[in-house]
Design a binder for this molecule. Structure first.
Ligand code: ADP
Ligand code: MG
Length: 360
C-alpha cells in the first residue's frame, strides 16, 4: 500500500508560546488585538469522549453548527461501539472474544480500519502491528500500578502478536483472529479514522472553518480561520511538564499528529516505559526519541505514521519519511533536545525555544 499523500501548505513557525499542549493561538498578530478586525463570532464548541480520549471540536461561523455537533455525537458513539477495544460488546470486543473460534461479522467502518491496519503493518515491516493488544494489556501503561512484566508473561503475549493471522473477509464483512488469545487493538489508528470521518462530514456539509482536536496530540484544521488567516498550531514540548512550546506552525486544511513518550509512561529502576510498543521485543520501543510529529493531509496516516515511525527510531524513521515524498512531513525530537525535520520542513521551520536546537 502507498500512504495517501496530498497537498499541504506550511508556513513559517512563529513565536514561542508558553503552552503545554497543542493549542491554537493568534500569534500571527492578525487576530484579536484591540483595534484589529477580530474573529467574527465565538465558535460553537463541544467536547466528546471516544476511545478513552477527550475530543474537542470547534465550528466557526456556521449557522447549522449545533446540528452538525449533534450529528458528530452520533457518529462518534457509533464508531466507539465498532472500534473500541475496551467497550464491552463493541465489534472489536467480539472479534477478540472469538479469537481462535470463529469469524465475527462487522460494519463497513470496522472492515475499513482493519484493512488499513493490515496495510500499515505490511508497509512498516511489522513495526506497526494491530495485534499488540495482549501486550498493551500486560504493560497496562497509563492505568496506574504498572510494573515491568515477568519474562514468561512477556514471551507468551509476544507469541500472540502477528498481523498475518488476521483474516479479513471483505465480501462477507468478517474479521477472524486465527489463534486463541490474540487481541486486536486499533488504538494506533482508530482515532485517526474517526477524525477523518468527522472532517469528511464537515467538508461535505460545507463547513469552511473548524478544528478537531483529539486528546491534544492530534489536530485537524478544516479550511482557514474565519478571517481567512491560517491556523496557528502550537507544537507541544514532548515533556509538557516543562511548559515549553517548541513553536507554532501555520496550517490550512491539514493534520498534525504527535506520538510522544511523555503521554503515558511509568518509571521503574530509572528506566522509562511508555505506551509505544516494539512488536519485535514486546517492550516499549527503546530509542532516543521523545516524540515524532507527523504532518499529513489525513488523520489516519498521521496517526499510524507517528506511532510506527517512532518505533523505527530517528535514522530509519527520517529516511522512511523522506522516501514517502514531500507531501507528508515529520519532526523528531530527541532526548538531548535536538530537532530533526524532513526536507519539506527545512525552509519553513525555525525553532523558537532556546531549549531546542534544529539539526540542519
Ligand atoms: P496515543 O493513542 O496516545 O495518541 P499513539 O497514536 O502513538 O498514541 O498510539 C499508541 C497506541 O497504539 C497504544 O496505546 C496501543 O494501543 C497502540 N500501539 C502501541 N504500539 C503499537 C504498535 N507497534 N503497532 C500498532 N499499535 C500500537
Ligand atoms: Mg498515533
Amino acid at each position: 500500500m502507498r500512504l495517501k499523500q496530498g497537498m499541504h501548505k506550511l508556513a513559517v513557525i512563529c513565536g514561542l508560546l508558553a503552552i503545554s499542549s497543542v493549542i491554537v493561538s493568534g500569534c500571527s498578530g492578525n487576530g484579536n488585538k484591540p483595534g484589529n478586525q477580530a474573529v467574527a463570532t465565538e465558535p460553537a464548541a463541544r467536547q466528546y469522549y471516544i476511545f478513552d480520549t477527550v475530543v474537542n471540536i470547534k465550528l466557526y461561523d456556521d449557522a447549522k453548527a449545533e446540528e452538525h455537533l449533534d450529528h458528530i455525537d452520533t457518529m462518534l458513539k457509533t464508531l466507539d461501539k465498532e472500534l473500541s477495544r475496551t467497550l464491552e460488546g463493541s465489534q472489536l470486543y467480539k472479534v477478540n472474544e472469538e479469537a481462535g473460534k470463529q469469524p465475527v461479522e462487522v460494519s463497513e467502518n470496522t472492515v475499513a480500519v482493519v484493512k488499513r491496519s493490515i496495510a500499515y503493518a505490511e508497509d512498516s515491516g511489522g513495526l506497526f502491528d494491530p495485534t499488540v493488544g495482549g501486550l498493551v494489556d500486560l504493560w497496562n501503561i497509563g492505568n496506574g500500578g504498572e510494573h515491568v512484566p515477568e519474562p514468561e508473561d512477556l514471551q507468551r503475549e509476544l507469541n500472540l502478536v502477528g498481523y498475518k493471522d488476521i483474516v479479513l473477509d471483505e465480501a462477507k464483512r468478517t474479521v477472524f483472529l486465527k489463534r486463541p488469545g490474540m487481541v486486536l487493538d486499533l488504538g494506533g489508528i482508530g482515532k485517526g479514522y474517526a477524525a477523518d470521518e468527522v472532517a469528511r462530514y464537515l467538508r461535505e456539509e460545507g463547513v469552511k472553518s473548524a478544528l478537531v482536536d483529539l486528546g491534544g496530540s492530534s489536530i485537524i484544521v478544516i479550511g482557514s480561520k474565519p478571517n481567512g488567516n491560517s491556523w496557528n498550531i502550537g507544537l507541544q514540548d514532548p515533556d509538557s511538564s516543562r511548559g515549553i512550546s517548541v513553536g507554532t506552525i501555520r496550517l490550512n486544511d491539514h493534520v498534525i499528529d504527535t506520538s510522544g513518550i511523555y503521554e503515558r509512561y511509568f518509571i521503574e529502576d530509572g528506566v522509562m516505559y511508555h505506551h509505544i510498543l516494539d512488536p519485535r521485543t514486546g517492550a516499549p520501543a527503546q530509542n532516543d526519541l521523545k516524540s515524532v510529529t507527523i504532518l499529513a493531509d489525513n488523520a489516519m496516516d498521521a496517526d499510524a505514521l507517528s506511532t510506527f515511525v517512532y518505533v523505527m527510531g530517528l535514522e530509519d524513521g527520517l529516511q522512511y519519511m523522506e522516501n514517502l515524498g514531500d507531501d507528508t512531513e515529520a519532526m523528531f525530537i530527541t532526548a538531548d533536545d535536538k530537532i530533526y525535520v524532513t526536507s519539506g520542513l527545512k525552509d519553513s521551520f525555525q525553532v523558537s525555544s532556546a531549549q531546542y536546537t534544529l539539526v540542519e
